[in-house]
Design a protein around this ligand. Structure first.
Ligand SMILES: C[S@@+](CC[C@H](N)C(=O)[O-])C[C@H]1O[C@@H](n2cnc3c(N)ncnc32)[C@H](O)[C@@H]1O
Length: 298
């Protein structure tokens, strides 16, 4: 089947680096593949298109709304299993279902355009909305709990460690002063009054990223996955991970290097692969994507 990466702007989320992902996965049509971050299903469908009647796909996403959208386009069959769960639960899933080792895993980290664009989710500083930011709508702690109930020091630490924000202490003081903060506009205002106008959008993006990471325990889940994925991958199986900020990319790089030193993984790209310029021009999300790929050899 000939693949042309979708560039259709009417799609809820335009998948990033589709050709590169498929090329690094080097799909065995009869293999078992995992899409750990299904989102709108853009990559999932492309992987499925490469499988034959013996191949199968296991998908995960923590967001049941995303899975509902993906299910409208992904042809459901006994070869496809879509799960509302975190990708780090893959080893448990395989054990529970008595599955064989898998031949490829894709993680396309972060959040989708449809989550970012949905006002009620509170992910974007440029939209009105409640301070929610949960990927999993059944989890009990949204951003408003963290923002309104953490100490000033805890708030500063979140922004410093998960957003690498230099002005974290100043912003934390402003948040505490303006509490209770009910919505995105309130958080925006607390940041605005504590920061200079130059590059404020970058500060806002870092702070919103930091609270999103804290709400969803994103780095813990990634660390958990990175410490266990190797034993779920068959020899010759491939892993492809796309990150959108350095906190994630650094973790992936370090684990791949450690597994390479142990002789278990062949790292397929020394430097992370970036999207081609034409893709960056048509899909702004692609600009910050960094792809790393590796193959299990032992
Ligand atoms: C960048 S989007 C994926 C887009 C997808 N590749 C596509 O083509 O539509 C990232 C997705 O990962 C999900 N996600 C984030 N953390 C997750 C986790 N720990 N486990 C499973 N899904 C997660 C988000 O809910 C979001 O839908």
């Amino acid at each position: 089947m000939t693949l042309s990466p979708p560039r259709d702007k009417s799609m809820p989320h335009i998948p990033v680096m589709v050709e590169e992902v498929l090329s690094y996965l080097n799909i065995n049509p009869a293999g078992i593949y995992v899409d750990g971050t299904v989102g709108a299903g853009g990559h999932t469908i492309q992987i499925l298109n490469q499988l034959n009647g013996e191949g199968s796909l296991i998908g995960f996403d923590r967001d049941h709304e995303a899975l509902a959208i993906a299910k409208k386009t992904i042809p459901i069959s006994s070869r496809v299993s879509l799960n509302c769960a975190s990708y780090h639960t893959l080893p448990d899933f395989l054990e529970k279902h008595g599955s064989n080792l898998v031949n490829g895993i894709l993680l396309d980290l972060g959040l989708s355009s449809m989550q970012l664009d949905d006002e009620k989710r509170g992910f974007s500083f440029s939209k009105k909305g409640l301070l929610d930011m949960r990927f999993d709508q059944n989890s009990d702690r949204g951003a408003s709990t963290i923002i309104n109930h953490s100490s000033e020091q805890e708030l500063a630490d979140i922004m410093y460690h998960f957003g690498e924000e230099r002005l974290s202490r100043r912003i934390a003081k402003s948040i505490v002063k303006q509490r209770p903060i009910a919505d995105v506009e309130g958080l925006f205002e607390a940041i605005r009054t504590a920061t200079p106008p130059q590059n404020r959008n970058k500060t806002l993006a870092r702070v919103f990223q930091a609270f999103r990471i804290a709400v969803n325990g994103e780095l813990e889940k990634l660390d958990h996955f990175l410490s266990s994925f190797i034993d779920t991958l068959a020899i010759g199986g491939r892993i492809v991970i796309m990150s959108y900020h350095s906190l994630e990319d650094r973790r992936v790089k370090h684990i791949f290097r450690a597994l390479k030193r142990d002789g278990r993984l062949n790292v397929l790209n020394k430097k992370p692969v970036m999207a081609q310029q034409d893709e960056m021009d048509t899909n702004p999300r692609a600009r910050s994507a960094k792809l790393r790929a590796a193959e299990r050899i032992k």
